[in-house]
Design a protein. Structure first.
Lengths: 103, 171
């Protein structure tokens, strides 16, 4: 498993760049991961990231439909916040596993 | 098939797909959903996606039909091969089987066709209807969903697939 370093912390990631240990995540790490994709995180971004992490902790499978219905963000805004594959990109920045859904 | 190569630290690998055009010519549940999942999937991977509905695929974009699509129970050996045709052809059987299929999809968080198309359009995907089919079935713009981008001819449909890294998928 490849490793990356963010501000002195060694983090193990999958080949696609997802944190193998979600508990190591901090908001700082999110900023770094987002910068790699050219995204500047705003409060709205963090609202979505928190939602994703809460859902993952509760064991709820993530689908873009659920995010659209969450009331936190509309699907159109979700695509605008995390361009280029929103669910994948936001999951990576949120430090959770790669989404395993076809929807 | 030759793909333009992209050099990277790990060596050359094929360039990812950039855009898809999905043509839906059938109006059954499994065919329409296959198209919708693929279009939405493409958008979720950061690709562009256009959908073109023709012949029986028009049912998927008709306001009063799209959430009531069926799947064949007769003449469909892939579906419940143990059920004899005589039984599968009884009145109401096809409706019931289709209803059960839609329920199973809902359990997997797959939305009804109308909502699915809203999601696709929200993600930047565009939906088109086939002018020939629309004329043949004697339909008009009012029969279709508001999100329909346009009703176009085959030439314009090919223009939707312009650009390198584009694939056309026919269902």
């Amino acid at each position: 498993m490849p490793e990356i370093q963010i501000e002195g912390t060694q983090l193990e990631v999958t080949d696609e760049g997802y944190l193998t240990d979600p508990s190591q995540w901090t908001e700082n790490i999110a900023q770094h991961l987002a910068q790699e994709t050219g995204i500047e995180l705003t409060e709205k971004h963090f609202e979505v990231l928190k939602f994703l992490r809460d859902q993952t902790e509760a064991g709820v499978p993530l689908t873009i439909r659920r995010i659209g219905k969450s009331g936190i963000v509309s699907i159109k805004d979700f695509y605008a916040l995390f361009p280029g594959g929103p669910l994948k990109v936001s999951s990576r920045i949120a430090g959770i596993h790669k989404p395993a859904s076809c929807v | 098939m030759e793909q333009p190569a992209v050099s990277s630290a790990t060596g050359t690998k094929p360039a990812p797909l950039k855009k898809v055009l999905i043509i839906v010519s059938k109006g059954t549940l499994e065919n329409v959903y296959a198209g919708l999942v693929m279009a939405n999937g493409a958008l979720m991977e950061g690709m562009e996606a256009n959908m073109f509905f023709t012949f029986f695929g028009l049912s998927a974009i008709e306001k009063d039909k799209q959430d009531h699509l069926h799947t064949a129970t007769v003449g469909n050996p892939a579906f419940m091969p143990q059920i004899p045709t005589m039984l599968a052809g009884l009145p109401g059987f096809e409706s019931f089987a289709s209803f059960m299929m839609r329920k199973e999809m809902d359990k997997l968080d797959i939305p009804p066709v109308s909502e699915f198309m809203e999601m696709i359009v929200a993600g930047g995907g565009k939906l088109y209807g086939c002018k020939l089919a629309v004329d043949m079935f004697k339909l008009s713009r009012e029969d279709f969903i508001d999100d329909l981008e346009d009703i176009i001819t085959v030439g314009d449909m090919y223009a939707l697939a312009a650009g390198e890294g584009t694939q056309i998928i026919f269902i």
